[in-house]
Design a protein around this ligand. Structure first.
Ligand code: NIG
Ligand code: FE
Length: 411
């Protein structure tokens, strides 16, 4: 076998295997391999097990010194890290009492970032993506989804999606692009929301396929953005053209999650406003519920009801929503552990939410767990006890990061 290498021993190795996609989890269900090792070749995992058992005279060893806990690389299933400018003024206004929707109506909000992003050249956008990805890498994130949605015209959405594609070639992580041209009706579109969406479907969707820019379509269903009725034909078109669907749903008002279920979307994200009705419907469906605690922290509002969703039987992933408006922090582990603290989530539920359950939200079957055949994306923390990771609420940073079996970051 080519370039076979054994990495270890890790004091504790948590492969995150054998756990269900849906429903609540207990820490006792976690597999913990003491003094574990990972055998890798050509970017893939060959075997995971006891370091001593995997050792042989012929295999090269990349030795781990000191106590370290190994986990799958984190997958951030929802970000908006392609943007120009800043929304520090929105943040200041919110913290003196103006609401997100009020600020949006007064000319701030998403449209402000659209204006600033349209002013930026494609190379400037790539630079921003690279810088943000670098920070995410030091926090252990080896795969990130990245949305467009601050262009809101065919040309400007293309500029963003091409920047994301270029960014993907310039960063260590894999970037999963998503078209969010349905983020809001652009203020410079003279027609109705429906004619805007028809224009995007007719004139942008074919180019997305032709240039291989994305196979994912997202929409923001909200009073300040689009209604369920406006989005339904847009999603029908997207589905017919082979796109996967994901939805910004139930952030302030409900409706979005119902459409996500109707279209068998991969995920419904936000859900801060979901009530017991939406929770029950999501739990019955195969739609992954994505909690975005970074938006709750950035807006100073309630968290997604993750505990209730898990208890009802839903698949709950946790993502950063890293964006200049509602979630400028962009630190997934900090946010996931804070959500865990407020929502009373077991470590297993927090860690599942940023590994295999978030990979499921992106329909990525090759990562999020550590076992034979999966990508050799993993991270280690400088501790002997995995419980320390959530306990430090994001302040315990990964010591080492491996992408495709190669050590790429931190010590
Ligand atoms: O996921 N809710 C809509 N979209 C983003 C916020 C975008 C912005 O405010 O710039 C979100 O929170
Ligand atoms: Fe978002």
């Amino acid at each position: 076998m080519k370039n076979l290498k054994l990495i270890g021993p890790f004091t504790q190795l948590l492969p995150m295997t054998g756990l269900p996609i849906k429903g609540s989890l207990q820490d006792e269900q976690l597999t913990i391999i003491e003094n574990g090792g990972i055998l890798v070749s050509e970017g893939k995992i060959i075997k995971v097990g006891s370091f001593e058992d995997l050792k042989s005279d012929t295999v090269a060893i990349e030795r781990i010194e000191g106590g370290q806990v190994c986990l799958p690389g984190f997958v951030d299933a929802h970000t908006h890290i392609c943007f120009g400018g800043s929304r520090a003024n929105d943040y200041a206004m919110r913290n003196t009492g103006r609401s997100y929707l009020e600020i949006a109506k007064a000319g701030g909000g998403i449209w402000d970032t659209v204006t600033q992003t349209r002013k930026a050249g494609q190379d400037e956008l790539v630079k921003g993506i690279v810088a943000r990805c670098h920070k995410h890498l030091t926090n252990g994130i080896t795969t990130l989804e990245v949305k467009s949605g601050y262009g809101l015209s065919v040309a400007e959405e293309l500029k963003m999606l091409r920047a994301i594609k270029k960014g993907n070639n310039a960063v260590i992580q894999d970037l999963i692009p998503t078209c969010l041209a349905a983020h809001m009706k652009p203020k410079d579109w003279a027609g109705t929301p429906t004619t805007y969406l028809e224009h995007i479907a007719n004139d942008l969707f074919p180019i997305l396929h032709k240039e291989n820019l994305t196979h994912r379509i997202d929409a923001f269903i909200e009073e300040s953005a689009f209604s369920k009725e406006e989005i339904r034909p847009y999603f029908e078109n997207a589905k017919q053209n082979g796109f996967d669907i994901t939805v910004h749903a139930d952030q302030f008002t409900t409706d979005g999650s119902q459409l996500a279920i109707e279209f068998n979307a991969l995920s419904a994200d936000h859900l801060e406003a979901s009530t017991s009705k939406e929770i029950a419907l999501l739990a019955k469906s195969n739609v992954v519920a994505v909690a975005l605690p970074g938006a709750s922290i950035g807006l100073g509002c309630n968290f997604t009801p993750a505990r209730k969703l898990l208890d009802a039987g839903a698949a709950v992933a946790i993502a950063s929503d890293h964006n200049p408006g509602s979630a400028p922090m962009g630190d997934l582990l900090t946010q996931a552990t804070v959500l865990g603290c407020f929502e009373k989530l077991a470590n297993a539920e927090v860690l599942a939410g940023i590994t295999f359950r978030s990979a499921k939200a992106l329909n990525l079957k090759d990562r999020g767990i550590l076992e034979k055949g999966k990508m050799a994306d993993f991270i280690s923390f400088p501790t002997n006890n995995y419980q320390e990771i959530t306990y430090h609420q994001g302040q315990l940073k990964p010591k080492c990061i491996w992408k495709n079996g190669v050590k790429v970051g931190n010590g």
